[in-house]
Ligand binder design. Sequence first.
Ligand code: THU
Length: 130
Amino acid sequence: MSLSEAARKVRENAHAPYSNFKVGAAIRASSGAVYIGCNVENVAYPEGTCAEAGAIAAMVAAGDTAITEAYVIADSPTPVPPCGGCRQKLAEFAKGNVRVTLATVAGGELVTTVGDLLPGAFGASHMENS
Ligand code: THU
């Protein structure tokens, strides 16, 4: 199954009764395996988690540590941009040149990279004096 199909399918399982905004994410890891996630909201709103976070957690739990491609989809007017926190989460496991496709349910796609989504990313090198 393609990343596009996997993300579109898992989006349907999102638990988003508060925002009504369902998001699906699929990532491919260096092993070739595909991991999926959807947003899981909570009545205590800050406890909700994003689709990307779910996919990344599944990847790490399975023993993979490197993202080679990512795909995110929502029913948005323009291709859904990952939130700031998810950009940092992607950057933890993906090199800057890793392709991220942002998509709409209607079929729109915007291809970008982890580096373009998070320019000037905070990284381990910034802690070298500590
Ligand atoms: N959301 C995601 O799952 N990923 C994103 O990249 C953007 C936002 C979710 C969080 C929340 O459940 C809903 O979309 C509205 O913000």
